[in-house]
Design a protein around this ligand. Structure first.
Ligand SMILES: CCCCCCCCC/C=C/C(=O)SCCNC(=O)CCNC(=O)[C@H](O)C(C)(C)COP(=O)(O)OP(=O)(O)OC[C@H]1O[C@@H](n2cnc3c(N)ncnc32)[C@H](O)[C@@H]1OP(=O)(O)O
Ligand SMILES: NC(=O)C1=CN([C@@H]2O[C@H](COP(=O)(O)OP(=O)(O)OC[C@H]3O[C@@H](n4cnc5c(N)ncnc54)[C@H](OP(=O)(O)O)[C@@H]3O)[C@@H](O)[C@H]2O)C=CC1
Length: 300
């Protein structure tokens, strides 16, 4: 992606400090890179700190190259730095990450709750522990980070938060844990937009459709192939999203250009939410007995 550059003004986020959870891979990496390329100091953190350190090195090099290539001033560049190893499921580790960020970089203006994920599993086979692992990661984890950022900084200084969710408008067959957790995040976002408005905090969600990230798809093994073989042709756009297409929406929400937007969900899904996606096969034709009269031709 050496020719990439953000569509936004190069100093959009100058003097801003941002935290991107899960910023060391995939969508979070693209968001971190765009924010830093627009002047922000971006703290990234996740469980695997080595991965974050490597990503930070690579991103900082890419930004420098991008500035030179596009004739932009090098002093406008921000940078990506790495916070302590953090599982967002662990409240103490999250408190420590926020404390570290404020202590070291003196503010926390922008927060992107991107860390998360799930595995593929039919509801009837899913253990309580598995359900809870995904809910704790996505919903409780996002809550931990929002609350710590608010308590330690944003309550007194304002701020701007974007939560990454997932296209679940039609339910999430084989991902009931994640569908439930993401719906919870979207409702939590509406609540927080009201509770925290007096502090000058805006909070919104970006809800991606399916985004091509190597890291994300590796996580699923053969189940990931299903998305490529079966879902791809059925997408209205006939393609997945790029991570940069998600990042761009996040940057708009984090900018003052969206100053009247709070408690909203921005879908970036190429229109998938309004289109049937074959997430599971339903083959039996006799599972909903007819009440009343239905002509033969109205039935398979
Ligand atoms: C509009 C468009 C619409 C369409 C929209 C469709 C969009 C789909 C596309 C979405 C893409 C993405 O999100 S891509 C992003 C993918 N990236 C990720 O998922 C990365 C992060 N994920 C993870 O770390 C894991 O999946 C997660 C479970 C959340 C956390 O893992 P941990 O190892 O921390 O979990 P643990 O605490 O060890 O495990 C707890 C229990 O979870 C269960 N468990 C864990 N992994 C399991 C597995 N693979 N299969 C079964 N069960 C499992 C077991 O019961 C475990 O208990 P034991 O048995 O006792 O161990
Ligand atoms: N790719 C897609 O199609 C879509 C993705 N999404 C969501 O976007 C986000 C990014 O996904 P993507 O970039 O594709 O995949 P990745 O697997 O690359 O990103 C997930 C990130 O979350 C971090 N993470 C996971 N669990 C924790 C935890 N407990 N504490 C801290 N960090 C954690 C991981 O780092 P580490 O392992 O080091 O902790 C990783 O960097 C996720 O929330 C994902 O569910 C939503 C819709 C579609």
């Amino acid at each position: 992606m050496s020719s990439w550059q953000s569509v936004f003004h190069p100093t959009l986020f100058t003097n801003k400090v941002a935290l991107v959870t899960g910023g060391g891979s995939g969508i979070g990496r693209a968001i971190s890179k765009e924010l830093a390329s627009l002047g922000a100091t971006v703290v990234i953190a996740s469980r695997d700190r080595e991965k974050c350190l490597q990503a930070a090195r690579e991103i900082n090099d890419e930004i420098t190259l991008c500035c030179s290539r596009h004739g932009r001033k090098l002093e406008d560049r921000g940078r990506v730095v790495v916070g302590p190893s953090t599982s967002i499921r662990d409240e103490e580790e999250v408190q420590n990450l926020i404390h570290h960020t404020i202590e070291k970089y003196k503010s926390l203006n922008l927060l992107v709750n991107n860390a998360g994920g799930q595995f593929v599993c039919a509801a009837e086979e899913l253990s309580s522990k598995g359900f809870q692992a995904v809910v704790q990661t996505n919903l409780t984890g996002t809550f931990h980070v929002c609350r710590a950022a608010y308590e330690q900084y944003m309550r007194d200084h304002g701020g701007n938060i974007v939560n990454i969710t997932l296209g679940n408008r039609n339910g999430m067959p084989n991902m009931i844990h994640s569908g439930a957790a993401r719906a919870g995040i979207e409702n939590m976002t509406i609540t927080l937009s009201q509770e925290w408005m007096e502090s000058g905090v805006r909070i919104n969600c970006v809800r991606p459709g399916i985004v091509w990230t190597d890291s994300g798809f590796e996580n699923y093994g053969p189940a990931g192939d299903l998305f490529v073989e079966k879902i791809l042709p059925s997408l209205p756009a006939k393609r997945f999203a790029s991570p940069e297409e998600i990042s761009s929406a996040v940057c708009w929400l984090l900018s003052e250009g969206s100053s009247y937007v709070t408690g909203s969900v921005v879908s970036v899904d190429g229109g998938s939410a309004f289109h049937f996606l074959p997430l599971i096969d339903i083959e039996d034709t006799n599972h909903l007995p007819v009440y009343g009269v239905l002509p033969r031709k109205a039935k398979l």
